[in-house]
Write a protein that binds this ligand. Structure first.
Ligand code: ZN
Length: 205
């Protein structure tokens, strides 16, 4: 079988999400095109999307709050789904914060029509004919949520630079959804949401 030699790029416009299928063994990068932009990353088992990457199960597997290169993300059934294989960004990613949703924006005083990562997720899945009756807690790439010694959180602007990329390898066939977080009312995106890209990388020989 011929190997696939070109990068398959899917641009994720600011405030939107896109879904891609990633076969077992393939690598996929989330690229911050302009810098300083958070991406909410969701992954689902391709053969049963009710099984999903679970941040809480991953934390109990890795004994860490946040992702690190070389570690695996697991599903709510504790099966490995992605491995974090490389990261050109400063390495700040979050695994604590829920996806933004209409209720979050209502509490912040935004209009009901404000885009959200939760809404984006379900629209992106629907574009593939898929649906889930829940919103998993995402892995928030490039999102900077430090924890102090008393356990308090802070919400800081992303420090990823233009072109920075975090790369995963699929451990099982999966559906990956990336939302370019539309949050413009707290500082995480520097006040101005921008676009991301999903690059499914060529098959390695
Ligand atoms: Zn968001």
């Amino acid at each position: 079988m011929d190997s696939i030699t070109a990068i398959e790029r899917t641009v994720v416009p600011a405030r939107e999400a896109r879904a891609v299928r990633v076969p077992q063994g393939r690598r996929v990068s989330v690229v911050d095109l302009e810098g300083g932009q958070v991406g909410d990353v969701f992954a689902f088992a391709a053969d049963d999307v009710t099984e999903h990457l679970s941040a809480s199960h991953t934390r109990s597997s890795t004994n860490r709050l946040f992702p690190a290169v070389g570690e695996r993300f697991v599903t709510d059934r504790r099966r490995p789904i992605l491995t974090l294989v490389s990261d050109t960004s400063p390495g700040r990613h979050d695994m604590l914060i829920a996806a933004c949703d209409p209720e979050r924006y209502a509490a912040l005083g935004a209009q009901p029509s404000h885009a959200s990562c939760a809404g984006n997720l379900h629209r992106a899945l629907a574009s593939m004919g898929l649906a889930v009756p829940f919103t998993p807690q995402p892995v928030n790439v490039f999102m900077r949520i430090p924890v102090d010694e008393e356990g308090r959180l802070d919400w800081l602007p992303a420090v990823s630079r233009p072109g920075d990329a975090i790369t995963f390898q699929a451990v099982m066939d999966c559906v990956l959804v990336v939302s370019a977080c539309p949050q413009d009312l707290v500082a995480i995106n520097g006040g101005v949401p921008t676009s991301l890209a999903i690059d499914v990388l060529p098959e390695s020989d």
